[in-house]
Design a protein around this ligand. Sequence first.
Ligand SMILES: C[S@@+](CC[C@H](N)C(=O)[O-])C[C@H]1O[C@@H](n2cnc3c(N)ncnc32)[C@H](O)[C@@H]1O
Length: 265
Amino acid sequence: MSKHEYLMESGDEATRLENKTVEAQTVQHMELVGLREGMTVLDAGAGTGAVARTMARLVGATGSVVALDQSEERLRHGRALAKGIENLSFVQGDLKNVALPSNQFDMVWSRFVFEYLKQPELVLKQLGELAKPNGRVVVGDLDGNGLFHFPISAQMSQQLEALQSVLEGVFDPLVGRKLYTLFRRSGFTDIRTHVLPYHVYAGEANREGLENWEQKFATIRTVAMGAFPSERAYDHFVQEFMGMLRDPDVFTYSILIIVEGTPPK
Ligand SMILES: C[S@@+](CC[C@H](N)C(=O)[O-])C[C@H]1O[C@@H](n2cnc3c(N)ncnc32)[C@H](O)[C@@H]1O
């Protein structure tokens, strides 16, 4: 695993994150969770800040956004892409131990990060401490990432299961359904949940979707190999999976679950 133990670590990760982020979708999510002009916001695990740039526009000149990530490389990309956006800054840090003053953000947002965390309870606690009293912590992640397809062969189902077990501890494709309970048991109050479709391919996936999945399988290759008897078997599995995403008869989906709550103080 990489030095940060982030499963998707690769030289192409910055580009992958930029390509898969859809601004209209971000705006919809921000409306749902009540992002408003003037707010101070932390994007925790921001990657290159594709979401943070939209948040900065929505909070306007009277608000501000801090994009935090552990990867200097993605932050470097992020800073270049955000040139001229005065109310957006980038900070390097580890979410398990964030070196920022407590009680300073109206909203702490973290999307597509918890699926990679070994210690989600610890990170949620940290995020809660960074939010102001009566601020909101918002965590969004997928349920069924890569898992839900119809029709699907028995062999493909078994391979996906095997893959899921070798990824245990570095990637949880079912983390979405666990977020509400995590918030509850961490003492958050006024918890609201939003359930949205994600990665919905009725028939052939679009080009961005296909490229995104190809790249994911290339990046996780070394770790994923643990679920396959040979390199050839893994290549065959990837080919079959991509074939499923290209099949006009196959329906694929996952669910984005966004949970928001007020942290305990
Ligand atoms: C899949 S990307 C999500 C980026 C962005 N939030 C989005 O919605 O597209 C996950 C990001 O979380 C960051 N990350 C994962 N674990 C982290 C940690 N413990 N501390 C800081 N960043 C972390 C990774 O470096 C990566 O850039």
